[in-house]
Ligand binder design. Structure first.
Ligand code: M6R
Length: 366
């Protein structure tokens, strides 16, 4: 059942090229200029005219929501708020009938997310669901939605569900952006073509496995990790840190790289590994400066860079190269080495990767 893999998590990491493809299937064909999603079509006017989109979710699904905030604001120019479902439901939030609330949940059974969407529904908002489990409680409670076609996810640490969610959310941002006229046709076409290249590029990222296993062996006994990223890679930094804590029990924090100087920089010394996602995008130069700040305090830098980067290899202790892609699509690639890093560290520490202590696959209690 694990298809020859030692753990479900590793199998699911390796299923991502396939799962991302399955999530585009029938929804997008670049060559034919076809971009369509059933659940959106019905509510197209609502989306196009929405004052605001509120995203509610927990954990990894919340991280996918953060990526969507960047995507939707960037491509569709609609203000987005991303909320922890557990906070949203208890703080008397301001929601009305012109708002669209997107609930993201792999299991579709997360109690806080379900309660948050019920609350928004009672205030008249349109509720859109992005769930992986067909017929789940959250899927049933929504007005419309789009399923992620990731297949069953068994490992408690979410991997392929995250990239499936990000794929679906990217398509949604592209659809709304093109309908609203905020996303130019030429840019849309370019994104569609590049989207179709993503599965093959994820496949390339998976080839980094052996290199990442070696890096994991170096750091398996540390007690802390810092993950930094900016822009589209900020949510990826949070996700990388969450993966590591969940399955290896190493304390890890994800931060927007520029926030480091407002506190976490005090933690950096020769014992602190810092994973920096430093791909060639609009914040590249600034992230390079952040790497220098870490180096100046003797922190050990593990950098995720774009293939062919000439600058960072001379500053970082370890460099992991991923293929180039459009800035908006980078999370689908940059998260892969972080999933593999946490996996190998956890295995080397002898942890129960698929069923980490104290955690359940669906959190049906608040
Ligand atoms: O099923 P959901 O997507 O609603 O679950 C939300 C979180 O419980 C979940 O993402 C959790 O953080 C994972 N264990 C992360 O790997």
């Amino acid at each position: 059942e694990k298809g020859g893999f030692e753990h479900f998590m590793l199998k699911e990491i390796y299923e991502q090229p396939r799962s991302i493809l399955d999530n585009m299937r029938g929804r997008m064909v670049a060559e034919k200029d076809h971009l369509m999603m059933g659940g959106i079509r019905e509510f197209e006017n609502k989306f196009v005219n929405a004052d605001r989109i509120i995203i509610v979710a927990c954990g990894t699904s919340w991280h996918a929501g953060l990526v969507a905030e960047y995507l939707i604001e960037d491509l569709a120019r609609i203000p987005v708020e991303v909320e922890y479902a557990s906070e949203f439901r208890y703080r008397n939030p301001i929601v009305n009938e012109r708002d669209i609330v997107i609930a993201i949940s792999q299991s579709g059974e997360t109690a806080d997310t379900l309660a948050a969407l019920e609350l928004a529904k009672s205030k008249g908002a349109t509720i859109f669901g992005i769930c992986n489990v067909v017929g789940s409680s959250i899927a049933r409670a929504t007005d419309a939605g789009a399923y992620t076609h990731a297949g069953p996810e068994i490992g408690v640490a979410s991997t392929k569900a995250f990239t499936a969610q990000v794929t679906v959310l990217t398509l949604i941002a592209m659809i709304i952006g093109s309908k609203r006229g905020t996303l130019e046709n030429s840019k849309l076409r370019q994104l569609m073509v590049e989207m179709e290249n993503i599965p093959a590029k994820v496949e390339e990222c998976l080839k980094l496995d052996a290199q990442i296993q070696q890096i994991a062996a170096v750091f398996k006994d540390v007690t802390n990790f810092l993950y930094l990223g900016r822009g589209y890679n900020f949510p990826v930094a949070l996700e990388g840190a969450l993966k590591l804590k969940e399955i290896s029990y190493i304390h890890a924090e994800g931060y927007p790289a520029a926030e480091m100087k407002h506190g976490p920089i005090a933690l950096i010394d020769a014992q602190m590994p810092v994973v920096v996602i430093a791909t060639k995008d609009s914040s590249y130069e600034k992230v390079v400066s952040n790497i220098q700040e870490v180096r100046a305090r003797k922190g050990q830098v593990i950098a995720i860079v774009t293939q062919g980067d000439q600058v960072i290899p001379s500053m970082a202790d370890y460099v992991i190269e991923i293929p180039e892609t459009s800035e908006q699509l980078v999370p689908l690639l940059s998260v892969i080495p972080l999933q593999l890093l946490s996996y190998h560290i956890a295995v080397l520490r002898g942890c129960n990767v698929d069923q980490p202590r104290n955690l359940a696959k669906s959190v049906t209690v608040e």
